[in-house]
Structures are given as C-alpha cells and as structure tokens.
Design a protein around this ligand. Structure first.
Ligand code: FAD
Ligand code: A2P
Length: 365
C-alpha cells in the first residue's frame, strides 16, 4: 500500500466518529422537532377539533406535556419541618375608608436563604402561624397565593408578597377570628415568619407572549392575577423578562364595595397604558345589581359578555384562570353553561377538554 493510499484509509477511518456524531445530531434534531410539534399541537388544539396523531410517534399525553413544560418550576424547597424563616418587610391595608373587613398586602424578605426560596407567578406558599395548638404541637400550615412576580415588588428578586383577608365569622353569638389570617394581618415589619413551599403548578402562565388570558377573581383571588398583570404590563417586568405581552387579557374582579377593590388603581393604570391589551370588568356585589335585581357577581358579568368570551375560548391561545371563593365555581359553571348553549356548545363537554389542554386553571378555597 502506498503512503498516500494508507493516508486516505486512515483519514477515512478517522472520520467515522465525526460521521456517527453528525448522524446522531441529525437524529436528535429530528426527534426534538417531532416532540416540539407534538407539544405545540397539544397546547394549541382547538376544543372542537380533535388532535391529529402524527404518523411517526403517538403524541405525549397532555399530563406528560404539562409536566415537561413545568419541569423547572421550583416546588417544596422548604418543607414544614424545616421552614424558611422570612422577615416581614411591609404589611399594609389594601382597603379604602368604608370598606368591609380587613385585607392586607404583606411582603416577606427572602434574602440569604440557603437554598434560596425561588418561585414563579401563580404559585402559593405555606405559612405556619406562631404558637401551638392545645396539644403543644405547632399550628397547621395555611396556603396563600403569591401576589408578586418572581422579581418581587421591588424587582430585586428576594421578596414574596401575599394578599390576605382576615377570616371572621360569628359562632354562638361570638366573633371568631381566623388563626393564620389574623396572625398575618397583625404582624409587623421585622417579625420573623415560618414559610414553606413554594407549591402549585395549576395556575402558571403560558410562555407565549400572544396568549389570551381571561381572569375571574373574587376578593383575595386577585393575588395570582396581580402577579400576572405585573408580568404583562409593568414596564420593569417586561424589561427584566424580555417578555412583551401582546395578547388580550381580561380581568373580571368581584368585590363587595368599591372601597374593597384590590390593586384597582394599578389595574386602571395598566388599562390606560395598554388599552388594546387589557380589559377590566368589575362586579361590585353590594352596589350593582344583576339583571334579576340581585347582587352583581362575576358570573353575571361573564353572562353579559358571553359571546366575546366564547369567541376567545375558541382561540387555542386562550387560557382561563379562576381564583377566590370556592362558592363562585357553581355560578361560573352555570354562566358558562348558558353561554356555551347560546353558541350550540355543551360546557360540560368543553370544560374537560380545556382542562386537558391546560387552558382551564382553577384555584378556589
Ligand atoms: P382558621 O382559624 O383555620 O379557620 C378556618 C375554619 O373556620 C374553617 O376550616 C371552618 O372550620 C371554620 N369556619 C370558617 N368560616 C366559618 C363560618 N362562617 N362559620 C363557621 N365556621 C367557619 N386566603 C387569603 O386570604 N389569601 C389568599 O391568597 C389565599 N390563597 C389560598 C390559596 C390556596 C391554594 C388555598 C387552599 C387557600 C388560600 N387561602 C387564601 C385561604 C387560607 O389558606 C386560609 O384558609 C384562610 O386564611 C383562613 O385561615 P385561618 O387560619 O385564618 O382560619
Ligand atoms: P357578597 O359578599 O356581596 O355576597 P371579599 O372576599 O372581599 O368579600 O369579596 C368576595 C366577593 O365575591 C364579594 O363581592 C362577594 O359578594 C362575592 N361572592 C360571594 N359569593 C359569591 C359566589 N357564590 N359567586 C360569586 N361571587 C361571590
């Protein structure tokens, strides 16, 4: 064998790993593309159009796709036995003079956690109130939806904020104060608080900037919505996330009185800055009347706008979020039922489809 022939053969052999590598790269690229297409299809399939199965591989079940999409969302960084000890930074009333009850915005400093307590919009944290029960055991955890974005209200990324209503009810002629909500409404800046979590993947926002987001909130159910709206419309958030929301967002907010509306001036401001992207509809139950002369609830507002809401739902980019009183769920269902029927659709068939597609998000308590 001549020198040059040996060289050519050796050179050829030396290229085998490169060829194998290139082939492997192409194969994994094709696989990734197939997976992305499957993901896109699953998250964007229209409720009335059954998904088409790709010929090469069956689509991943919706649950798997959701799991993959949310794989990096932090969960249970701090557990009940070893909670994070946060410091109260701020605690102030969100209500105006003449409002009913107590609702507070409370911010905790999370700096110097090891590990850091990180969270994303739509998650909740647990609070262990100070004190012990009758058996001398620690009091049980209560969950609260996070009202801040992951960057916190001051954009420094080391705080978390909550929106808490003090629970009060009458029993045997006595006013009973809820344990944890009273503890939270009363705490002072500098106080130390046991925090667990974060938890929850039900209320996360989609990644696409052109998603349509319909939000139905009663009272403190506004907490996750406040985080979404800050992420969508607060200039520093838009800049920090490099996420320039350009879809249609629509907030339905239920409160007993005008003075009880939460974060109202912020939302009015966003609406004035982004009139083409944000609608804000209020149901003020003890001031406004529904068509039957009863208290105006958000489900009455949903019915008033049924046509538009259902046109939005037909768009696979639309997500619906419900948060707040558990009691509103039947009312919302009834309104959606009526609205769907007027379009020849059946809500009890449509809702599970929306849920399966990860477009129907509910957190009520
Ligand atoms: P408790 O002392 O635990 O009292 C509640 C208990 O009192 C009830 O279990 C019931 O037994 C009794 N009770 C209540 N009402 C009555 C009544 N009318 N008559 C007789 N008995 C009654 N809350 C917020 O304020 N903001 C939030 O953002 C928020 N987010 C939440 C998110 C999730 C996922 C969940 C599950 C709950 C959320 N909550 C939120 C509710 C919160 O977790 C607490 O349940 C609430 O603050 C009351 O706790 P408490 O310790 O004050 O009341
Ligand atoms: P109301 O209390 O007048 O009956 P908050 O938490 O600040 O009290 O706000 C909760 C809002 O949700 C109130 O306006 C309350 O009205 C309203 N609400 C109460 N029950 C329902 C329900 N079943 N469906 C929808 N909204 C409700």
């Amino acid at each position: 064998m001549s020198y040059s022939e040996a060289n050519v053969i050796a050179g050829g052999l030396a290229h085998i790993p490169i060829i194998v590598g290139v082939f492997g790269f192409i194969q994994s690229f094709i696989l990734k593309r197939t997976q992305t297409k499957v993901n896109d299809k699953t998250s964007q399939a229209s409720p009335s159009t059954p998904e088409k199965k790709p010929t090469s591989a069956p689509p991943a079940p919706a649950k798997t796709v959701k799991k993959q999409a949310h794989a990096n969302v932090p969960v249970n960084t701090y557990k009940p036995k070893t909670p994070f000890i946060g410091t109260v930074k701020e605690n102030y009333s969100l209500l105006k003079e003449g409002a009913i009850g107590r609702v507070h915005h409370i911010t905790f400093d999370l700096a110097n956690g090891d590990p850091l307590l990180k969270y994303v919009e739509g998650q909740s944290i647990g609070i262990i109130p100070a004190g012990e029960d009758a058996k001398g055991k620690p009091l049980k955890i209560r969950l609260y939806s996070i009202a801040s974005t992951r960057h916190g209200d001051d954009f420094k990324g080391d705080t978390v904020s909550l929106c808490v209503r003090q629970l009060q009810y009458e029993k045997d002629g006595q006013t009973i104060d809820g344990v944890c909500s009273t503890y939270l409404c009363d705490i002072k800046p500098g106080d130390k608080v046991k925090i667990t979590g974060p938890v929850g993947k039900e209320m996360l926002l989609p990644d696409n900037e052109d998603a349509n987001i319909i939000m139905l909130a009663t009272g403190t159910g506004i907490a996750p919505m406040r985080a979404y709206l800050r992420k969508m419309f607060e200039p520093s958030e838009r800049q920090k996330n490099n996420w320039n929301y350009k879809g249609n967002a629509w907030l339905f907010m239920g409160a007993p009185k005008t003075e009880n509306l939460l974060y109202d001036s912020d939302f009015e401001h966003y609406k004035s800055q982004f009139p083409n992207n944000l609608r804000y509809t209020k149901a003020i139950s003890r001031e406004q009347k529904n068509s039957k002369g009863g208290r105006m609830y958000i489900q009455d507002r949903v019915l008033e706008h049924a046509e538009e809401i259902f046109s939005m739902i037909e768009d696979p980019k639309t997500h619906i979020y419900l948060c707040g009183l558990k009691g509103m769920e039947p009312g919302i269902d009834e309104a959606m039922n009526k609205a769907a029927a007027s379009k020849g659709l059946k809500w009890d068939e449509l809702r599970p489809q929306l849920k399966k597609q990860g477009r129907w998000h509910v957190e009520t308590y």
